[in-house]
Design a protein around this ligand. Sequence first.
Ligand SMILES: O=C(O)CCC(=O)C(=O)O
Length: 323
Amino acid sequence: MVHLDVIGHDEEGIQVAETMNETTTLGLTPEQVESFKENGFIGPFDLYPEDEAPLIWNQALIEMVTSRNKPHNSTVINYDRHLDCDTLSRVVTEPAIVHKLASLMGDDIICWKTNVFEKNPGGDGTGWHQVETHMLYESETVAYPSIRYTEETKAVTQELTVWTAFSNADKDHACLRFIPGSHKKWYYDETKPIGYDVQSKAHSFFGYNFSELQLDKDWNPDDSKIVDMEMKAGQFVIFVAKCVHASYPNITRDKRIAFAGRYVPPSAKIYENRDTITAFGDTIDLDYYGTVLVSGEDRYGYNRRHETNMNGVPFRKVDRNGR
Ligand SMILES: O=C(O)CCC(=O)C(=O)O
């Protein structure tokens, strides 16, 4: 899409229309990039109108329930439904998201995973945590990374999450919380195996107790620094998963619904040498698995890639040159 509505000046000072494409209009400003570098997160941004977002989610739910092409049969591992639900396939490739990611990661971007994050009325908050390789905790003694980064990057970061609210997510409705600047330092050792116990209150990270991984057992987040990311339905926030984050409990009668897309450059190796993955006490076969190139090129070919979703619908690839 090309906009001709930006007014500039020619050499004689006469006003002229300048061309401006999606890359400019939907990307981040230099100030936003600086703010991200400092804080580790940026947002919220509008994606869908507030009144439409719940309807879009209802459509996604129908597709998830009625899908004939489910990527896997696990009910506890809620990964990768962008691969079989057309609505979610569109969400992960939305230009308003991808152009902003490219401002931070460069043009070559794959979506390597998605998660549904629902919090039922009265649901517990998510405990503080930070990750980079998205370790999978198979048992108390076995853990392995989802991602191996094969290169240093010249970009601001090589790993981003886009968390989109499909219901209102204010403090009462379990909004996300961030510790600004915490991505510059490790507070947790994500590589250490930890056990899974869905019944235990202390296991506040979806059945895992991330505080077992805390490097300094006496460390506590400084309340005065925490940013509560209140969001309306249809908004998204971008963050680096190494930025320490958590969410409030849901103290309302409404469900809080969010959908997270995870993105890396194609130089990253996903689920290297693995045929299955185990998490949350369940195991899934990776036969279905593939990444989605949402922008740019994959010059590496390290990861299996899906050009279409499992219903045969081509994934949109965002054109960063605005053609
Ligand atoms: O939705 C939540 O409560 C937590 C989300 C989260 O930790 C993540 O997206 O990495």
